[in-house]
Design a protein around this ligand. Structure first.
Ligand SMILES: NC(=O)c1ccc[n+]([C@@H]2O[C@H](COP(=O)([O-])OP(=O)(O)OC[C@H]3O[C@@H](n4cnc5c(N)ncnc54)[C@H](O)[C@@H]3O)[C@@H](O)[C@H]2O)c1
Length: 260
């Protein structure tokens, strides 16, 4: 996508940017000439990302831990010299199980990464975003943030919470010209989805092929979403063309009607 150099020099922080969708978003911003800083909990993924994208700043941080998020912001804000765009990408799948079998630890961990983690990053980003004239917060929710998702209750609850945060903050921060939007990906071609299909097939007692077919049966386009389509939406929301978009849920999902 060519944003006519609109994003050149734009200062961007991406949580969990070392692999998966976060890395695809980092690559897209780097290709547009943006200055990008990522955090991730995995040293191995960070080293691989740095080798792939040498200009990107990296920091090891778990978004659910206050001191680690604070350290990432200190490091990134000083390297970038400010902040224009925060991308709250970190999120874990959580357990796949009937709710009575979900452990309290698994529930808490899903909420800690997917909800508390976004809160911890947003609260640190706001003072820096107030000094920007193109400030945007982009939070990854999911189609599980607008639909019920059997056997994935903690994940669905966490992603609905992200939508609640985004819609509230869009109003709260609107006066300061900070846009706040959510991207709700559908079923993205990724390692994580492969693992979820495997886990759900096991719980349901069916084969992985049967599970995959069932998963795509209620998708209008009958296919998964390439990561690049999620990245393109993030570019749009961060660009001048996206300046009038706030409080929105961008469903980049190939038309998911229901989740199984
Ligand atoms: N993959 C999908 O199909 C899909 C669909 C809808 C929504 N999403 C959302 O998109 C986002 C990215 O998903 P993905 O599939 O690329 O993720 P992923 O599982 O591939 O993980 C990406 C990165 O997150 C890092 N990470 C995990 N926990 C972390 C933590 N506590 N702090 C910092 N980094 C951490 C991992 O080390 C990894 O490098 C998530 O919020 C996810 O819920 C994904």
């Amino acid at each position: 996508m060519n944003m006519q150099n609109d994003l050149a020099g734009c200062r961007v922080m991406i949580s969990a940017g070392a692999s998966g969708i976060g890395l695809a978003i980092a690559k897209a911003f780097v290709a547009e000439g943006a200055n990008v800083h990522i955090c991730d909990v995995s040293d191995k993924a960070l080293s691989a990302a740095k080798a792939d994208l040498p200009t990107v700043g990296i920091c090891k941080a778990d978004v659910s831990v206050v001191t680690e998020v604070d350290a990432w912001f200190e490091h990134a804000l000083s390297e970038l010299g400010g902040l224009d765009v925060l991308i709250n990408n970190a999120g874990i799948a959580g357990p796949t199980a009937g709710v009575a079998d979900v452990s309290v630890d698994d529930w808490d961990r899903t909420m800690a990464v997917n909800v508390r983690g976004q809160f911890l990053c947003i609260r640190r980003a706001i003072p820096a975003l107030q000094a920007s004239n193109r400030a945007a917060i982009i939070s990854l929710s999911s189609v599980a943030g607008r639909l019920g998702y059997p056997l994935r209750t903690p994940y669905a609850a966490s992603k609905w919470a992200v939508v609640g945060m985004v819609q509230s903050l869009a109003i709260e921060l609107g006066e300061q010209d900070i846009t706040v939007n959510a991207i709700l990906p559908g079923i993205v071609e990724s390692e994580r989805v492969k693992e979820v299909v495997t886990a759900k097939a096991r719980v349901r007692g069916i084969t992985e092929d049967e599970m995959r077919k069932e998963v795509l049966e209620h998708v209008a386009l009958h296919r998964m979403v390439p990561m690049q389509d999620i990245a393109a939406t993030a570019l749009f929301l961060a660009s001048r063309a996206g300046r009038s978009v706030t409080g929105q849920c961008m469903n980049i999902c190939a038309g998911v009607q229901t989740l199984r």
